[in-house]
Ligand binder design. Structure first.
Ligand code: SF4
Length: 190
């Protein structure tokens, strides 16, 4: 059994999303917001990130898997910098001024998959937020605490999948208000 990087990101936002998707096998139609996010001009942004970090090569649409981590993920872009380091890049539509925890963990999980598959050290990833007032680039360092968190979440999700038990989690109202799964979720706080 494998956990996906998307599961990890969702779990940090709210573990019930992973329960809905992986245990109940339910999913949702993409909302306008999600579709809009997919229509960002990612390649133009990617080029500017490539210049900023002095890239030498771009890898696209990688599906990476690690039996050791029990993890699988689709990475849209990896830039190889002038030091030969692989830098995962994620471009998202997001209004937050600071990098969100679920997105930081997602980048870290990508980096750990890269290390397993390319046998190279991944110290940093790039999170680029596109928002109404412009773009923001965040460097996300793969600290040991972030790595430990990824491992813990993988184990928590595997346990959930093994037992099919719903998470012991009290969602916050503001989480539910902006959650795309609120339409089908029985656990939300109104
Ligand atoms: S609606 Fe609330 S409880 Fe349900 S998945 Fe979303 S955040 Fe979690």
């Amino acid at each position: 059994m494998f956990v996906t990087v998307t599961d990890i990101k969702n779990y940090v936002y709210c573990p019930y999303i992973v329960y809905i998707r992986r245990v109940l096998n339910l999913d949702i139609e993409p909302t306008e917001y999600m579709i809009y996010g997919k229509e960002i001009e990612k390649e133009t942004i990617l080029l500017s990130i490539y210049r900023t970090i002095r890239g030498t090569r771009i890898l696209k649409s990688l599906t990476l898997k690690s039996s050791k981590l029990r993890l699988i993920g689709n990475i849209e872009y990896v830039i190889i910098d002038k030091y030969g380091q692989h830098v995962p890049v994620d471009v998202k539509w997001c209004e937050s001024r600071e990098p969100r925890k679920d997105h930081r963990v997602q980048i870290c999980a990508y980096g750990m998959l890269i290390e397993e598959n390319f046998k190279s050290k991944c110290k940093m990833g790039i999170l680029y937020y596109v928002s109404r007032d412009g773009g923001r680039l965040h460097k996300i360092y793969l600290t040991s605490s972030l790595r430990r968190l990824v491992i813990k979440i993988i184990n928590d999700i595997l346990e959930m999948l093994r037992t099919s038990q719903p998470p012991d989690h009290v969602p916050r109202e503001e989480q539910c208000m902006s959650c795309p799964y609120a339409r089908i979720c029985n656990f939300k706080r109104a």
